[in-house]
Structures are given as C-alpha cells and as structure tokens.
Ligand binder design. Structure first.
Ligand SMILES: Cc1ncc(COP(=O)(O)O)c(C=O)c1O
Length: 412
C-alpha cells in the first residue's frame, strides 16, 4: 500500500535535493509498514500496554443536560501516556525508526506535547533525541520542557521569526539535512512533505476506528456531528477517519480564532479570509501569508494551534466541503474550559477546548436522540500557567511569588 502524495491539488514533496534519498527510503519504509498487518498489530499492542488504548468515550451527562440538546460524548485522548493524542503518532513512528535502523530522532514542537511524547519514545526505545521549540513556546510550555529534559532530550529554543512552531520546523529541517544517515525527523502533525501527512493521519486513524465502535456500542447509532480542534490537523484527521465514509455524519474542524477573525491575531486558515494557497516547509497548502508569500505572525492562547499552515488532507476536505471549519476565540476557549471543569471534572488542553466551544454552541440545536463526539486531544495540566493567568487566579499568583522568593533567597 503506497503512501498518498497529493490530496486534490494539495500536498506534494517540495524538498531540497540532498533530502531526496532520505525521503525515498522513508516512503519505502512507510509503504512497507502500511502493507504489513503485523506492524499495525505491534502498534496497537504497544499502545494498549504502554499507553491507554483504547481510550474511553465518556458520556458528558451533566453537560448534555446543561445544554438540553444532543448527548455529548468526549473521546479521551488526554488519557494517553504523556497526556495527548501525540503519543499515537510518536510511538508508531518509533516502531518505524526501529525498522529503519536509525539511532537518533529529532522533532519540532509547539505546545510541547509532541516534544514530550518524542522524548518519551526516545527514552523507551534508546534513541538519542533533540527537540526544536520556538523560544516563545518554551516560555508558554515550561512544564513540558522540564519533562523533556528530565527524560534525556536536548531542547533547543529557536530564536528566529515569531519564535513559534513554524520556526521550530525550519530548524529541525536544517538539522535533518546534516544528519540524515542516523536521524529520523518525527514530524508531529499531518503536514510537511509526503509521506508525513499520510503517515501521521494513518497512525492517528486509531482514534476514529475506536470512536466509531464505541459510539455504536454506547448510543446505538452514528453521531450527528463530530468536533475536533485543528492545528496541523492530526487529531482531527484521526477522529474524522472513522466517519468519513458516512455522509450523515457532519465533520467539524475548529481552528484558533485568537483575538477574533478580524483582528489579524489568530491562526485560522480554512475558516476566515486571511489564508491563501502556497508552498512552504516542503508542501502545498493554505498558508497565512502576505501577498509576497512571507508567512504572517499568528496568535492563539494555545501553542498547539498557533501554526501558519494546515494539513493538505484537510485543505482537500475543505475544498470538497466534506469538513466544515469554524473558529473559537481565546475568550470562548477559557469559558468552555471553565464550564467543562465545573460540570464534568475534566480539564481539557487549551487546544482541545476549541472543539468544546463549537460543540457547546451547536448541541442545543440538536435533539436528545442525537449524539455528538468531541475529541479531547489532550489534558490541560501543561497549560496551568496560561489558564491561571487567564483566570487571573489570586492564590496561584501568590504561590508563584512565594516560590520565586524562596529561589531568589537561595540564590543570594
Ligand atoms: C493537546 C493538543 N491538541 C491539539 C494539537 C494540535 O495538533 P493537531 O492539529 O496536529 O492535532 C496539539 C499540538 O501540539 C496539542 O498538543
């Protein structure tokens, strides 16, 4: 089974000549694992013992009652080892690296979840590991940086550009060009040059396979709508894959609306008017760029959605109108997070909370016989600093001031 290179007009592999041989080998290795049923068996077995697969599908009965419309179900990717769906992709690519006989992995990370998952996988499989992360994201996601380093990874803060995900990707490519014989680049989302979009979305399809079975068993029929946040696109493609062939199931992708779609401070590519077709970072998709093709600065409260490109697979579904795209603002995200914590005792990651916003807006329009599924791509623990600031929480601030005082006394 060959990997797909184009999705409609999107995708492709626009890479420097020095990487051609590495990509040829990678495409061959991906084709081999995709046509070898023992790979998927090994993968699911690893994920069911080292991670928490199948992840549960939780009926959010309090939220369902609160909105008085559809039954709201939450697919719990937060319960994966390392706290997000990123583990699915990374452990799968780890098994691939073992088959390819390489000894070092590198990765880029925005929210830090992918870096954390890659550092974990490298520790487990005995690979050396370097993680590139925009300096801005290092500040926003300090807890994840701490854990990556403790697991033996080297975290390199990237000081170029907007010091976020796109800059980290550029830096990781620079590393790969010089170290490709020993090194595999564990791409974190369904973007980048072929075969990454196909490989990552295939590994994430485990979410959709499980969700489909689970909703049929629990609710007795398919959901009316499924919701997932969209950064690069991997968690959404994972969930959508279980329902793609069902025209009756509406697929909704939620992007980062930041400070509003008219503010110029957001990361919405397929929802809104600010993106245009372009080729960058090795693939063709809709990018947030100016008329000269220079990438724009983006903004989102969630580091993991703060990206200028989007999966070419999603660009194709958008063009074919198979997926509806919406955007949630930072303020709406904090509101949805608050409600979910209070009503269900569940703390979604800031990224995942985007999907909750849209589901909450639409659940009241549906009937109690309908079901909707929200993909909870990750847990919010990593976001404690950002969430505490958004809530302007006085006791948390007091705690930080006290800790800082203790450390500065020790330093003096
Ligand atoms: C918890 C979480 N959800 C979602 C995303 C967005 O990525 P993707 O669109 O590839 O699922 C990230 C990215 O870092 C993340 O950490």
């Amino acid at each position: 089974m060959k990997s797909k290179r184009y999705f409609g007009q999107w995708g492709g592999s626009y890479i420097p000549e020095v990487l051609h041989e590495t990509f040829r080998q990678l495409e061959q290795a991906v084709a081999e694992i995709k046509s070898d049923p023992s790979f998927w068996q090994e993968y699911t077995s690893l994920m069911s013992t080292y991670s928490c697969r199948p992840t549960p599908l939780t009926h959010a009965d309090n939220l369902s009652r609160h909105f008085g419309g559809a039954q709201i179900y939450i697919k719990r990717e937060d319960l994966n080892h390392t706290g997000a769906h990123k583990a699915n992709n990374v452990m799968g690519q780890g098994l691939l690296v073992k088959r390819m006989g390489k000894s070092r992995v590198i990765a880029e990370t925005g929210a830090g979840q992918h870096g954390m998952a890659t550092a974990t996988m490298a520790a487990k499989f005995g690979f050396s590991c370097t993680i590139y992360m925009g300096e801005e994201d290092v500040l926003r996601q300090r807890p994840n940086v701490f854990w990556m380093e403790k697991m033996g990874a080297t975290v390199v803060p990237v000081r170029d550009g907007s010091r976020t995900l796109k800059d980290a990707i550029n830096e990781a490519f620079r590393d790969w060009v010089t170290n490709m014989d020993t090194t595999h680049y564990v791409f974190g989302t369904a973007c980048g040059p072929a075969p990454f979009p196909d490989l990552v979305s295939w590994l994430q399809s485990i979410i959709g396979q499980e969700a489909r079975e689970q909703i049929l068993a629990r609710h007795g029929r398919l959901p009316a709508r499924v919701y997932a946040c969209v950064g690069g696109g991997s968690n959404s493609l994972g969930l959508f894959s279980g329902f793609l062939s069902e025209p009756g199931v509406e697929l909704v992708g939620v992007e980062a609306g930041g400070r509003g779609l008219n503010s110029g401070q957001h990361a919405s590519r397929l929802c809104g008017q600010d993106a245009s077709p372009g080729i960058a970072q090795g693939y063709k998709t809709m990018f947030l760029q100016n008329a000269d093709g220079q990438m724009l600065d983006t903004h989102s409260v969630s580091a993991g959605l703060d990206y200028i490109g989007v999966s070419p697979i999603l660009a194709d579904y958008w063009e074919k109108k198979r997926v509806r795209f919406e955007a949630a603002t930072d303020d709406e995200v904090i509101g949805a997070l608050d409600l979910t914590m209070k009503k269900e005792g569940i703390i979604p990651a800031l990224e995942s909370a985007h999907a909750f916003v849209q589901a909450f807006k639409e659940a009241p329009q549906l009937s109690p016989e309908d079901a909707v599924i929200i993909n909870m791509s990750g847990r919010g623990d990593k976001d404690i600093f950002t969430i505490a600031e958004a809530f302007d929480d006085p006791s948390w601030k007091e705690f930080i001031i006290q800790r800082a005082a203790i450390y500065s006394k020790k330093k003096a």
